[in-house]
Design a binder for this molecule. Sequence first.
Ligand code: NAP
Ligand code: ZN
Ligand code: ZN
Length: 351
Amino acid sequence: MKINALVAHAATSPLSTDQIALRPLQQQDVTIEVLYCGVCHSDLHMARNEWAVSRYPLVPGHEIVGRVIDVGNQVSRFAPGDIVGVGVMVDACRECHFCQNQAEQYCEEGFTPTYNGIDKYTGENTWGGYAQQVIVDQDFVVSVPDNLPLAGVAPLLCAGVTVWSPLRHFGVKAGDKVGVVGLGGLGHMAVKLASALGAEVTLFTTSPQKGVDAKRLGAKQVVVSHDAEQMAACQTSLDLIIDCVAASHDLNPYLATLKTNGRLVLVGIPETPHTSPAITPMVFRRLSISGSSIGSIKETQEMLDFCGQHGITSDIELLSGENIETAFTRMLNGDVKYRFVIDIHATRWSR
Ligand code: NAP
Ligand code: ZN
Ligand code: ZN
């Protein structure tokens, strides 16, 4: 079956509306009518081939909220009418140590990404959520709490879980001092979720005008990262930092704000790598640097349930799909409050 989608045909051309064929519904599959899809900076990296792995044509989108409209005959967990979410993964090997322990995002074979992966049934590209429908195995579909506005839920499926996973994995608890670098899609969710867990949050930003918002979102303190005096004032004060910046930058000033035994968690994936930080202070203060990849399906469901209990969603700007390139440009300029979400029903699919 063919559906309308926003398609990238090359790294250098804008996305355009086109038709794509979804795989035939399999026994374990759920067909989802997409209602909203968040615009993650990864979509921009991929549309422009900044990670040198893009295969075209490519349909971005891995922050999907939609309504189930059909299910395969072995689907037990979902029924037509259910409101569900799909994030960054749509499959994994299911047999390796990580899959067996509910950490599919670290699958030894590599998880199948929602877009730009290989569909195991068709051998073709997987298609993301900048589209009218997606077909996904039920094991990679999550339930959406019924008390949250759906457009604001979409970004939780990637931005939310990507910061939730390290907060939980590294045991952040009430009273901990947590730094967040960059108030974008991931960063604003990190501020909200860390403060809802009871942590005292310091936001580092290159955009002083975001300070008021950061405090409204839950930050106790805002530090402008290019202001040496402000940076010096928070030396050795933090337990853990989540760095959400999409561009390469100097890590040393952030390591200096960690207490002894502190940890810098990198979730941003810049096109060019960060230069190595100075090792001596890391050695003498037993500092750690970690990466962290999205979160498992189990963590995604836990995060959504937590958001339901605490009334947390993303701060969004809704857009119609034909304006996607404007959204990409504004995102590059750090000019989004704080996540674009495509209203799929409002999108005009003219070709
Ligand atoms: P975003 O909305 O564009 O936010 C990035 C923020 O970083 C900006 O708002 C800005 O915040 C700051 N920033 C951007 N360019 C900067 C520069 N040159 N110097 C200093 N700060 C800069 O992006 P996002 O969607 O949150 O994604 C962030 C990164 O995480 C991307 O690289 C994305 O691919 C990656 N990501 C990783 C995972 C994972 O599993 N690890 C999952 C999703 C996304 P201020 O204005 O406050 O400085
Ligand atoms: Zn993403
Ligand atoms: Zn696996």
